[in-house]
Design a binder for this molecule. Structure first.
Ligand SMILES: C[S@@+](CC[C@H](N)C(=O)[O-])C[C@H]1O[C@@H](n2cnc3c(N)ncnc32)[C@H](O)[C@@H]1O
Length: 207
């Protein structure tokens, strides 16, 4: 079986189990959700939210006045998205490694807590696809786990492993920087949250 098919099977089985309880993470990530919205800015933009899951971040972006498309591989996670006719928001089931969007179609693309749930090769392909569909000088925003290097941070990251996929620990050990470099992206700014255990990284798409 090829790596994308294997990932798709594993991913959809994992999130079928997790989807009903996934909402509990919102207790810990309110600030970083706001951080993503602030990073996009006030001027209305066309945004792609990759690996959107149940769409809490997608919705927060739309509530700030942007037009957003959220894509995800898991039908079970998408089932928890909420319809709201007042918002300019659309959800699609798509593999983020090969979307059907045109080159440079979006002002901004975002991915929150998605890359650590993929094999490294797929995560790098997803970043390259985000680069392709985002305009030159547009923003790519990534939210991920971050290791602050302290013992407490190590404990937090190890505990998180209980609910995470089999790719998670490799991501934590390898680090986001290495994934970005492999995709030809360079960090512009980084803000940390939750005692340094989460990071919000902004990249400018220089193409
Ligand atoms: C931990 S959830 C993150 C959900 C959401 N972004 C958030 O901030 O809560 C990770 C999501 O990545 C999705 N995913 C994994 N591989 C994907 C791929 N190749 N294409 C699209 N979505 C993918 C999973 O289905 C899952 O919904």
């Amino acid at each position: 079986m090829d790596i994308n098919k294997e990932h798709s099977h594993y991913n959809n089985a994992h999130f079928k189990r997790l989807a009903p309880v996934y909402g509990f993470i919102e207790l810990f990530v309110k600030d970083v959700r706001k951080g993503v919205v602030q990073s996009i800015g006030k001027e209305p933009k066309r945004v792609l939210d990759v690996a959107c899951g149940p769409g809490v971040q997608t919705r927060a972006i739309a509530e700030a006045g942007h037009s957003v498309i959220g894509i995800d591989l898991s039908p079970d996670m998408l089932r928890y998205t909420k319809k709201d006719d007042r918002l300019n928001i659309q959800y699609l089931q798509q593999d983020a490694t090969s979307t059907n969007f045109s080159d440079s179609e979006f002002d901004v693309s975002t991915i929150s807590f998605g890359l650590h749930d993929m094999p490294e090769r797929i995560a790098i392909d997803v970043l390259k696809e985000m680069k392709r569909v985002t305009k030159p000088n547009g923003q790519i925003i990534i939210v991920e786990y971050n290791s602050s290097g302290s013992f407490l941070s190590w404990c937090f990251l190890r505990l998180s492993w209980f609910v995470e996929t089999k790719y998670y620990w490799h991501f934590v050990q390898t680090g986001l920087d290495s994934y970005l470099k492999a995709a030809g992206l360079a960090e512009r700014s980084k803000t940390t949250y939750l005692l340094g255990n989460l990071q919000l990284v902004q990249v400018i798409n220089t193409k």
